[in-house]
Design a protein around this ligand. Structure first.
Ligand code: NDP
Length: 398
């Protein structure tokens, strides 16, 4: 059986996926990279030295174009590392062509900065009926954070009660302001209202208004801001014993000042404005002038540290548990030419695809990562460049 995979997108995350797929050619026998700009796919294949990888141009907003591409290439799996806007069109095309699906970020409409799983979960019955698997949110967060939680639930807790996902980027790219992944998606995410789960309901906070220092391994204390993040929705659904679930991310003062100015002067707007008789979306224009996240790797120093801090019950006793990974931007760059944020997203996406082809993560329907067996994924994390560490019964600070 020939395993044939179609990677959609040719940005920072796709570059890491392509490297990892190339390193695991015993699983990925035939590969195509397709994106809006074909020359980026060609450059990537050239950089990899893998002229056997095919490339194609596709507008992933068009079901018709996707169907035509999938019909001619006949992949078993699509790894969607384009943008969250394309999730639904790609899922629709997968159904039409009998192709399985994996992504790293949940759908959000272009005209509203709001993401929720309902749109993609609504495909469940259709995927199930078609005998196709869809794996949602298989990056780091969401992705590894869900697998960490599943691992904790399987091996260390009878009941998970408190979950804090802590995401620190202690790296320095030596630019005045830059985002670590697609600026449009990133700024939309950070400027929305905060939200966390407590005692059976969602509580909202003003954007970045709740913060406290949290100490990260090998990094030290960093001011961390409460934000809404998509895995909170699926994890509170799949682990109903959770009393409180929150997500924290670190930001430097400089970053926050730039962000405030960007918002104050209207450059974070996602609606169309008229400029010299032409319609432009300010945040898309901003993306065009900001540093490209893919070019940050060379001078990026420091590391990321992302993990889950969990409290709950094991054998009738309270227990606390911390599982995390630290990823060096320089090491990621040496291996793939991309910085740590693209790396920590692309490696888990590739692992999810490996487990799909090994029949370990295959089940007809639409699933979040925590619904699959975490064990083979945790094993691959150690082998594929994102080793994890765990600490028991220490002060979690939260
Ligand atoms: P980039 O902007 O670097 O890359 C996006 C790619 O998608 C580009 O190659 C772009 O093409 C392509 N693309 C955009 N629109 C279309 C379209 N209509 N048709 C075909 N291709 C299209 O983004 P990143 O690589 O940084 O991020 C990729 C994904 O990863 C995003 O969905 C992001 O949200 C997600 N992510 C997930 C994380 C996680 O931990 N779960 C963390 C970080 C990112 P072009 O070059 O022509 O613009």
């Amino acid at each position: 059986m020939i395993n044939r995979v179609l990677i959609i997108g040719a940005g920072g995350v796709a570059t890491v996926v392509a490297h990892k797929v190339a390193q695991n050619s015993h699983i990925f026998h035939e590969v195509m990279i397709a994106s809006r700009t074909k020359s980026k796919c060609d450059d990537l294949v050239k950089k990899l030295g893998r002229e056997d990888f095919k490339t194609a141009q596709v507008d992933a907003d068009s079901v018709e174009e996707l169907v035509s591409l999938m019909t001619s290439y006949q992949p078993q799996l699509v790894i969607n590392v384009a943008l969250p806007y394309q999730d639904l069109t790609i899922m629709e095309a997968c159904l039409e062509c009998g192709v399985n699906y994996l992504d790293t970020a949940n759908y959000e409409p272009k005209d509203e900065a709001k993401y929720q799983y309902s749109w993609q979960w609504a495909f469940h019955e259709r995927f199930k009926k078609a005998g196709l698997t869809a794996i949602l949110g298989c990056g780091f967060d969401p992705g590894v954070t869900g697998v960490y939680t599943a691992h904790a639930a399987k091996h260390h807790f009878d009941e998970i009660q408190y979950l804090d996902i802590v995401d620190c980027n202690a790296g320095d790219h030596h630019k005045a302001f830059a985002t670590n992944f697609n600026p449009e998606i990133n700024i939309r995410e950070i400027t929305q209202r905060g939200k966390y789960w407590e005692n059976g309901q969602w509580n909202e906070t003003d954007p970045l208004s709740v913060h406290q220092p949290i100490t990260y391994p090998q990094v030290g204390p960093k001011e961390s801001y409460l934000m809404y993040h998509e895995e909170l929705e699926s994890l509170t659904k799949h682990y109903p014993t959770i009393k409180r679930a929150r997500f924290w991310m670190t930001f430097g003062q400089e970053y926050l000042t730039h962000l405030r100015v960007i918002q104050d002067i209207g450059m974070a707007r996602i609606d169309e404005i008229d400029y010299n008789g032409q319609k432009i979306v300010p945040i898309q224009f901003l993306k065009a002038v900001l540093p490209n996240p893919q070019d940050l790797g060379k001078d990026y120093t420091g590391e990321t540290s992302i993990g889950c801090r969990i409290r709950g019950i094991k054998d009738g006793k309270e227990r606390s548990y911390y599982v995390y990974n630290n990823c060096s931007h320089q090491a990621a760059y040496q291996e793939t030419g991309m910085q740590g944020v693209s790396y920590t997203t692309g490696v888990p996406a590739t692992i999810g695809a490996m487990l799909f082809f090994e029949d370990k993560w295959q089940r007809p329907g639409v699933y979040n990562v925590e619904e699959f067996d975490p064990d083979p994924f945790m094993k691959y994390l150690n082998e594929q460049g994102l080793p994890w560490h765990e600490e028991f019964d220490k002060d979690l600070e939260l």
